[in-house]
Design a protein around this ligand. Structure first.
Ligand SMILES: [Ca+2]
Ligand SMILES: [Ca+2]
Ligand SMILES: [Ca+2]
Length: 357
């Protein structure tokens, strides 16, 4: 009897050890731990005024860029300022572009403003510009809709919160109050979340929101991060960050998304920007996520920018456009191109203005 009990205990201990061993190796694999840092440099300078990250950046056709800065206390990511986040605007047509803080008018609580993914919608009928911003006050997820009224002012129009929008990373606006959003976690509770991560269950989704309906628009994603749209508005791109690929969906009538394919990128890509002119997809990526979560200034997380040409074709071309071991730039999340220039933002570090020519 005693021998049987000992055998059972030993078997249980071995099973637990095997599970933790498997989980450890799995997380190492998901996070691309110990991967050699890609190196490719461009002619860049740091953008003034950006010291605590510009997680997301997007650029209008006329060269006006919007930046969300100061993301903090989000998941287990490092942050070095607990100050409220801010929005900036920057004119790329200016010979020396400098970010200018946007003044926010309206009823939004600015003391808990914690901006993350952003997207712009331009109403072609009257050229009005709407800025959509994922906000995490008190660790929650909601989407703020602003109207950009020129110069340096945003007017807050509306806060969108919904149970389906529980861990929103990024959005892409398709109307003045209409958007697709990614959830980067499949569950809000730790245990099922860990299990889905370790078993690589693709249970995260894209949610469609309009004032009339809110629903899951696509599933089958391990962890949805950046989301964006093709210049002809026909395709939606989602970075499945933990699956190291970009998913392509076709957008059909009635705002239905149909999965087309996934393009492997070999790295952990965060936000997605699309070149207005060429349709090329630009991705801000994390070469090694363990370095990001551990954060050791002596062995910093690097930065990696990937471009995908002809993403919808049978032969997409994936190229490294910028790579750094973290001594120039840590934790790149977004790369926004504009006529030979490139803006690169990060989670908690600085932002770069680079020359692509
Ligand atoms: Ca975005
Ligand atoms: Ca996937
Ligand atoms: Ca993101």
């Amino acid at each position: 009897m005693v021998a049987l009990k000992k055998t059972l205990i030993a078997a249980a201990v071995a099973a637990v050890a095997a599970f933790f061993g498997y989980a450890f190796l799995k997380i190492q694999r998901l996070s691309l731990a110990s991967r050699e840092m890609p190196v490719k440099h461009l002619k860049c300078r740091y953008l003034p005024n950006i010291e605590y990250g510009a997680e997301d950046i997007t650029i209008l056709k006329d060269g006006l860029a919007f930046l969300s800065t100061g993301l903090h206390d989000y998941l287990e990511l490092p942050s070095f300022s607990n100050e409220p986040g801010k929005m900036y605007v920057l004119d790329l047509l200016h010979p020396k572009p400098t970010p200018v803080e946007l003044q926010i008018k309206g009823g939004l609580d600015l003391s808990s403003f914690n901006p993350h993914g952003i997207s712009v919608y331009t109403n072609e009928a009257d050229d009005s510009i709407y800025l959509f911003v994922v906000n995490h006050p008190q660790q929650k997820s909601q989407v703020e809709i602003f109207r950009f009224v020129g110069e340096d002012t945003l007017v807050h129009l509306k806060t969108v919160a919904h149970p389906l929008l529980f861990s929103v990373n990024d959005i892409v606006a398709v109307g003045p109050e209409h958007f697709y959003a990614t959830n980067d976690r499949c569950f809000s509770y730790t245990l099922p979340l860990m299990i889905t991560l370790i078993l690589s269950m693709p249970w995260c989704n894209v949610v469609y929101y309009s004032p009339e309906e809110v629903r899951e628009a696509a599933g089958g994603i391990q962890s949805g991060n950046g989301i964006n749209i093709s210049p002809d508005k026909r395709y939606i791109y989602v970075s499945d960050i933990l699956d190291h690929e970009v998913d392509v969906f076709e957008r059909l009538d009635g705002e239905r998304l149909v999965y087309i394919k996934s393009v492997p990128v070999g790295t952990l890509c965060d936000n997605v920007e699309v070149d207005h002119m060429t349709g090329d997809v630009w991705l801000g990526c994390h070469p090694d996520a363990t370095k990001l979560s551990k954060f050791d200034p002596k062995d910093p997380p690097g930065s990696e920018i990937i471009k995908i040409k002809n993403i919808v074709s049978d032969q997409p071309v994936v190229t490294l456009e910028y790579g750094d071991d973290g001594h120039e730039l840590m934790g790149s999340t977004v790369a926004a191109p504009y006529e030979g220039k490139l803006l690169i933002g990060t989670i908690f570090h600085k932002a770069l203005y680079c020359d692509l020519k």
